[in-house]
Design a protein around this ligand. Sequence first.
Ligand code: AMP
Length: 595
Amino acid sequence: MATNEYEVDELKMMEELTINAHQVQEEVLGEILKRNAETEYLKGFLNGQSGKQLFKNNVPIVTYEDIKPYVDRIANGEPSDILLAEPVIEFNRSSGTSGGQPKLIPNTVELSKKRAAFHTLIASVLNKHFGDLNRAGKSMELMFVKPEIETPSGLKARSVTTSLFKDNGFRDILPMLYTSPVETILCLDINQSMYCQLLVGLIQRDEVVRIGSMFASAFLRAIKFIEDHWKELCSNIKTGYLSDWITDSGCKNALSSIMKPDPELADSIENICGCRSWEGIIRKLWPKAKYIGAITTGVMRQYTTALDFYSGGLPLVSSFYACSEAICGINLEPLDKPADVSYTILPNMAYFEFLPVKKDRVSMTQEVQFNGVSEQESIEMKSNNEDIEAVDLVNVKLGQFYELVVTTFTGLYRYRVGDILMVTGFHNNTPQFRFVERENVILSVDADKTSEADLLKAVTEAKTLLDPLGFILTAYTSYGDMSSTPGHYVLFWELKVKEDNDNKEFDPKMMVECCSRMEESLTYTYKIYRQQNAIAPLEIRVVKQGTFDALMDYYVSQGASMNQYKAPSCIKSKEALKILDSRVIGKFFSLKAPL
Ligand code: AMP
């Protein structure tokens, strides 16, 4: 159902790119090397020459730490061409919350244009499935910005989304396509911004045809925010007056032209929100919404149970896979369930290479089977190959795990993004990937190594026990507690009762059972060590409602962007741990070693 010729062209272009993936990739690499061969960085490896083989032989695969000195020099005023030929117009700050520290990634005019084109392509794919929603109504998308930092050279350092939301082109289309006025998005106080965006989203509820935020964590937070503030929101709608605590002048001005007393609307929202259960609340509040747009893959998978509960059956759509470093992939099947989503790599966006992941990086217990190659076999194939070489995009193998390496037009050469992906299929000649996990998030107390995906799998198994009891796990994280010997895994769980008026206590027996179920579902190595008492029993600490919001606030106060926030799967910061520990309302331990 592509709705206009322009969109048909976009989709046709996608087909051509994916059919000619090999050739497109060769051209992209050729162009990057031609343009940048004279940069100080590449000259050091290529001596001013280009050529794919030379590039592969001489240019090392690096991490951010390796290019940081160059980035810092540009930030301090040296010309961009020490790293890339095109002038750097600003730096993008990656969120860094699911793994390491925020990074500064060079941005150029060309990359900004590519990002805009990418958004158009995403819209074309979505329109194909949902019809032209831009004509049908507006999006209630929660959008937030972070303060910008200026580097000594005068270049701005800001998140990709802050850059996008401040772009004039975006501001021009905003009033037609979105419910949030720009002033509410640019408000730096997250609570005021959230309140006002939700208020205008509720006022325009009959126009809203799609709803969401970039990542699921921020969207779930918004729903919980309504849960805490709906009476106040309704009173504002009824009287037409904005609450006094909204002091941001931009927000106040923007809302003054939208708000007028509307007791009828306030009553209908009050009736919906006053219900005993909030199951399906999103559909009730925004009856014309066709889907929830928010990334729910990777570490965001943990929010799908809660979102399913609130959504009333609306599809959860994860449209793309991208990072500050590069635009990577698009989801061509937006209606796929979060667990099944794959992203098709866009061969024209960067030169992509893939490092086969070594045996011990991937869980021995995952049960994935593709085209007869079980994961176990693929792990063994990898383990025999000690001398790991990066594989080209078109040469990846179905069912195998890889770490993504990108070479971009913006000064990243053979750069490890830090994401682990698995090949799930091909669209034409271009591979499709499932996002598996961040590479550097490892929970470990001995020789065990539990990755983000291992943890997710164990939590998913254990939380099935909660469902029949009327509880939902809304968020979790973990911590390797080494304060006593042997060390043990600690899981922090935030639980929600399905029926709000129920004063339901969680059953201690069931929580202990959840601890055991988690242990049974962890890796083979974990289980062996646990049986040998080299690891002490796993512990679940239940935290009170709102704890994970407090955790998000903490990371946002430390520089993470609300839009790009990814809750850490494993806590390393003492401060973050304090926040969690101070809100614990119950502790439970596994009583038996897993078999
Ligand atoms: P940032 O640079 O702050 O935007 O963070 C980018 C990181 O977010 C990526 O490297 C991934 O780890 C994660 N990410 C981005 N898109 C997705 C996605 N569709 N599914 C899972 N994780 C994602």
